[in-house]
Design a binder for this molecule. Structure first.
Ligand code: FES
Ligand SMILES: [Fe+2]
Length: 380
C-alpha cells in the first residue's frame, strides 16, 4: 500500500474527536504528503507589509521545499519570487531580511531588478536572452498588513479570507506598525502537534502562569462550542461593535480560518504581567475604545494572531521536517512608538516569550510520547 492510500484510509477510519494516528506525526512519507497536499498548495503567511517599507526591502522564508523571497519594488508593489537563481540555482537572498538595490546572486553575480527581470549576466553566449531568465514569480496577496504567498502553479481563492479578515484587521492600521521585536524558535516536533497545542487551552492553567493572568482559558473564548451564547462574549462584542470594531465569531465554511474579538480577564488590556498596556502609544489612531480585549485570527496552516489595543502579535508556523517546526513571533507596535519612551521591550515581550518557551517544552514532550509504538489516539 502506498503512503497516500494508507493515509486516506487512516483518515476515513479515524474516530471523530480523537487525535490522528502516530504516522501523521512521525512518518517521513506522510510529511511528504503534507508538503505536497498542503504546504506546496495553499496560502502561507509570510510576514507584514510594514517590514518592507522601502523599495528593495525583502524578507525570505522556506515553504517546504521552496525558498521564497518577498520584496518591495521601486513602484511600491510587493512581489514574491522563488529564491533560486535562474543561472545554476543558487539561493539569492540568504538572510531572513534585508534591503538591496537589486537582487544579486552571490554565486556569479547575476543581477535581477526588484520586479524579477534579469538585468545583468556577465560573459554569456551571443544568443543568450535575459528575458527568458527572470526570477520565477510566486503568488503574493496582502490583507490588513499581512502578506501571504502560495508556491503552487495555481493558487486557491484568497478572496474569501480577505473578505473575512479585512473588516476585522482594518481598524488596527497594521500597515502603520513596525516590528518591535521578533523571535524564532525551532521546536523538535511535527507541525500538527504545534497546532493542536495552540488550538486548545486545556493545558493553559497547568503551564502558562504568565498568560493566565490576562487570558481567559475557558473554552468559549474563540472556541467552537458556546462562543456565541456566552453572555460575556456577547456583551464584549456589542461594546466593541458600537465602537466600530467588528467582533463577532466568524469561521470559514471549511474551518480553515476564523476570527473573533474576545474579552481579556477582568479589566486587563494587554499581555503583560500587570495586565496594563505595554505600549503608551496606541497601535491605531482609529481605535478609541480602551477595553477591546484581543482580536484572534487564525489561518491554517501557518498563522495565529492576537491584535490588542496597544500592540499586536503574529505567529508563523513553518515545517522544517517531519519532526521539526519553526515558529516565528513578531510584536508589532505603532511605527512612531519609541522603545524606552513608549514601551519597555522586556515588559512588552515577557508574557509571550515565556508562553512560547512553555509551549515548546510541552510540544516536544508530546512528540517524544507520540513517537512510542505504544501510542494510540486519545480523545481531544
Ligand atoms: S547561480 Fe546565480 S549567478 Fe550563478
Ligand atoms: Fe500553550
Amino acid at each position: 500500500m502506498t503512503a497516500r492510500s494508507d493515509m486516506l484510509l487512516a483518515l476515513r477510519n479515524r474516530q471523530p474527536g480523537y487525535t490522528l494516528s502516530r504516522a501523521f506525526y512521525t512518518d517521513p512519507e506522510y510529511y511528504r504528503l503534507d508538503l505536497d497536499g498542503i504546504w506546496h498548495t495553499d496560502w502561507v503567511f509570510a510576514g507584514h507589509d510594514c517590514e518592507l517599507t522601502t523599495p528593495g526591502a525583502f524578507l525570505t522564508l522556506q515553504v517546504g521545499d521552496y525558498p521564497v523571497v518577498v520584496v518591495r519594488g521601486r513602484d511600491g508593489e510587493i512581489r514574491a519570487f522563488h529564491n533560486s537563481c535562474r543561472h545554476r540555482g543558487s539561493r539569492i537572498c540568504a538572510t531572513d531580511h534585508g534591503t538591496v538595490s537589486r537582487l544579486k546572486c552571490p554565486y556569479h553575480q547575476w543581477t535581477y531588478e526588484l520586479d524579477g527581470r534579469l538585468v545583468y549576466a556577465r560573459d554569456m553566449a551571443a544568443d543568450f536572452d535575459p528575458a527568458q531568465r527572470g526570477l520565477k514569480p510566486v503568488h503574493c496577496e496582502g490583507v490588513g498588513g499581512y502578506l501571504f504567498v502560495c508556491v503552487a502553479q495555481h493558487a486557491p481563492d484568497f478572496a474569501q479570507f480577505r473578505a473575512l479578515a479585512e473588516p476585522y484587521l482594518g481598524p488596527h492600521h497594521l500597515t502603520e506598525a513596525k516590528v518591535a521585536f521578533e523571535s524564532t524558535i525551532v521546536e523538535q516536533a511535527n507541525w500538527k502537534l504545534v497546532w493542536e497545542n495552540n488550538r486548545e487551552c486545556y493545558h493553559c492553567s497547568g503551564s502558562h502562569p504568565e498568560l493566565c493572568r490576562v487570558f481567559p482559558e475557558k473554552p468559549t473564548v474563540g472556541g467552537l462550542d458556546g462562543a456565541t451564547s456566552d453572555p460575556e462574549n456577547l456583551a464584549h462584542w456589542e461594546r466593541c461593535e458600537a465602537a466600530g470594531l467588528p467582533s463577532r465569531f466568524v469561521l470559514s465554511e471549511q474551518g480553515q480560518f476564523r476570527t473573533v474579538r474576545m474579552p481579556l480577564l477582568r479589566d486587563t488590556v494587554s499581555y503583560t504581567m500587570t495586565g496594563r498596556a505595554a505600549v503608551r502609544r496606541p497601535l491605531s489612531d482609529a481605535v478609541r475604545e480602551d477595553r477591546i480585549g484581543s482580536m484572534l485570527l487564525f489561518h491554517y496552516p501557518t498563522t495565529w494572531n492576537h491584535v490588542l489595543g496597544d500592540h499586536a502579535l503574529s505567529f508563523r508556523v513553518l515545517p522544517l521536517g517531519p519532526l521539526q517546526t519553526q515558529v516565528t513571533t513578531k510584536w508589532l507596535v505603532h511605527k512612531d512608538a519609541v522603545e524606552g519612551v513608549d514601551y519597555d521591550l522586556a515588559d512588552l515581550t515577557k508574557v509571550w516569550l515565556a508562553t512560547n518557551a512553555q509551549d515548546m517544552r510541552i510540544v516536544e514532550e508530546n512528540q517524544r510520547g507520540v513517537n512510542s509504538p505504544a501510542f494510540e489516539p486519545g480523545p481531544y
